[in-house]
Design a protein around this ligand. Structure first.
Ligand code: SF4
Ligand code: SF4
Ligand code: SF4
Length: 178
């Protein structure tokens, strides 16, 4: 089995947004929309404040409310656990957008819902997602969680890590090192 995941090092990330631009170019994301975005979080207390920068996108969750609520089957889980939207089957009802705790989806101007695909068209050929490839600080790693020798597993076993809003119960497969 394969379970794709992304591990993002918030210490390496400088917030340059190259990942956002690479995604827009690679995936023809229309102007004004994005499949990934940068979030800045201030941690700590006054006198000891630290800025954490996260490159966020769909978490390709293991438990997928977006797939469960989709009435047409357009939202589905593909090989390797990648969550995709079949544009032809999407009626634009936005049930998936309402059920996603991460605001990871948007309505494309052509009427269907769009989101991060983990660059399915590249990763099925053994390539990295565009955002991972372009990162100038090598902050992002993509790989198979079910391969115990994969780089993502090495990072997750040796570095402190977390997911976003774990209490939502969706079991994200995008992890942040801090
Ligand atoms: Fe679905 Fe949202 Fe999880 Fe992506 S982040 S798989 S859109 S629930
Ligand atoms: Fe499914 Fe499209 Fe409706 Fe989302 S907007 S629930 S993908 S039909
Ligand atoms: Fe965009 Fe691909 Fe990165 Fe997802 S994996 S944010 S689709 S470049």
């Amino acid at each position: 089995m394969t379970r794709y995941a992304m591990v993002i090092d918030t210490i390496r990330c400088v917030g340059c947004a190259d990942c956002v631009i690479a995604c827009q170019t690679e995936n023809d994301v229309p102007l004004g929309f994005a499949r990934d975005w940068i979030v800045q979080i201030t941690n700590g207390v006054y006198g000891d404040l630290r800025l954490e920068i996260q490159s966020q996108r769909c978490n390709h969750c293991t438990d997928t409310p977006c797939v469960r609520t989709c009435p047409t089957g357009a939202s589905h889980v593909a090989e390797g656990g990648i969550v995709l939207v079949n544009h032809d089957e999407c009626i634009g009802c936005q049930a998936c957008i309402t059920s996603c705790p991460y605001d990871a989806r948007y309505v494309h101007p052509e009427g269907y819902v769009d989101k991060c695909t983990f660059c399915h068209h590249r990763t099925t050929k053994g390539e990295n997602p565009a955002c991972v490839d372009v990162c100038p600080t090598y902050a992002m790693t993509f790989g198979d969680l079910d391969d115990k020798n994969s780089e993502v597993n090495k990072l997750l076993t040796t570095r402190r890590n977390k997911t976003i809003i774990p209490e939502a119960g969706t079991e994200p497969n995008v992890f942040f090192l801090d």
